[in-house]
Ligand binder design. Structure first.
Ligand code: UDP
Length: 377
């Protein structure tokens, strides 16, 4: 890959999963990367600590975005990104996934006629109740280079009329993120021991999506099922600030009592726990991919998923309610033999070289765009 001009690739991000999934690309780009953080996730536990954990160079921070309604997040970030792109040396813009930060980055790139690369293009839940689904569709509409993680993602894009020459199947960058950040076995086991946990002897849960947290009945159902499971097996729940706030507001704090509630964890600690969990229960998108790298079973608590690739072998999709407990017990009953079977399967999300492929696509894009100017100079 040729060395690109300093800060010629603007990488716009704003949340925990984007930090996880763009770190390796940022590392490969080196000084060519200019990280712009919108502040969509603004607290230390969901953002700042990940920058330090991953060694991401100090980003340019936008202001007035975090904690705002969706339209305000997008418009506040858009206005500031326009100034960054107007004044800076960006020759291409990268966004990842389906966040408000990614949508703002995409619109700002489009407004300044900067080529836009969408990492993790082509995911579709076909669920119009999810703001993320609208963000994905809008970003894919205007992206110039669409990095689809899987052939299914590519097929989704082709079905919507995206020209084939804009799409590259790269794999998902989470595969290399998980490989690179997973602590060594000795470190993992010491961490578990410090928490009083034994490998394969606990369940790891995360819950944070609005469909589960903002509806008190759904939140009661999810926490109630986890509390019932905790009578049979320790349940570790790193609690997202949104979920904590909603549980307290809905008077559901009592359901947290039987659980091993922790603060949100750093990525390496989370991976260590996920790697040895007998089962995961989660509504997270990234966790659906990570279990396929770690070879662990998962119950996905959501009404729909945009990641059907994980569903056949690794995961079961359930709505919040008694189905959750049933599916969890079924998966747990498969025991060590079931987990060994999963561990032997390849991840459907790629081979760990996605970031490398995307860096090369970016190099072609920036070089092609810089060349005519260089020739004229
Ligand atoms: N994660 C983490 N610490 C935690 C919980 C999750 O590092 O306590 C990681 C998880 O491994 C995944 C990412 O955060 O890579 C997922 O973020 P989130 O669930 O917020 O977003 P989504 O994946 O649903 O977009």
């Amino acid at each position: 890959m040729p060395a690109l001009p300093p800060r010629s690739v603007a990488v716009v991000l704003g949340t925990r999963p984007e930090l996880v999934k763009l770190t390796e690309l940022i590392r490969l780009l080196g000084p060519a990367a200019h990280v712009v953080h919108t502040g969509q996730h603004y607290d230390e536990e969901l953002s700042g600590r990940f920058l330090a954990e991953f060694g991401i160079p100090e980003p340019t921070y936008l202001t007035g975005v975090g904690g705002q309604p969706r339209a305000v997040q997008v418009s506040a970030a858009l206005a500031q990104l326009d100034a960054v792109f107007r004044d800076g040396p960006a020759r291409a813009v990268v966004v990842q996934g389906d966040t408000n930060a990614a949508l703002a980055g995409a619109l700002a790139a489009n407004a300044r006629a900067l080529p836009l690369v969408h990492v993790e293009a082509g995911l579709r839940s076909h669920d119009r109740n999810m703001p993320e689904e609208h963000n994905r569709v809008l970003i894919d509409r205007i992206a110039d280079v669409l990095c689809a993680a899987t052939p299914e993602n590519r097929a989704n894009l082709l079905a919507e009329g995206v020209p084939a020459d804009r799409i590259d199947v790269t794999g998902n960058t989470v595969v290399e993120a998980a490989h690179r950040q997973l602590p060594a076995e000795r470190v993992r086991l010491a961490y578990l021991a410090g928490l009083g946990l034994t490998p394969d002897g606990y369940l790891l849960a995360t819950v944070h999506r609005p469909e589960n947290t903002d509806d008190p009945a759904a939140l009661r159902a999810v926490l109630g099922e986890l509390a019932a499971l905790a009578e049979e097996v320790p349940v570790v729940l790193p609690l997202h600030p949104r979920t904590r706030a909603r549980a307290e507001a809905a008077g559901l704090a009592g359901l947290l009592a039987p659980l091993r509630v922790t603060r949100p964890l750093g990525y390496r600690d989370f991976l260590a726990l996920a790697r040895h969990a007998a089962l995961l229960v989660s509504d997270s998108g990234g966790v659906q991919e990570e279990v396929t790298v770690l070879g662990r079973p998962l119950v996905v608590v959501r009404n729909s998923t945009e990641r059907p690739e994980a569903m056949a072998d690794f995961a079961t999709l359930v709505a919040p309610g008694p189905e959750l407990g049933r599916a969890a017990r079924e998966r747990l009953a498969l025991g060590a033999a079931g987990r060994a079977q999963l561990a032997a399967l390849p991840s459907p999300f790629g081979d760990g070289l996605a970031s490398q492929r995307i860096a090369e696509l970016l190099a072609d894009l920036v070089t092609a765009r810089t060349a005519p100017y260089a020739a004229a100079a």
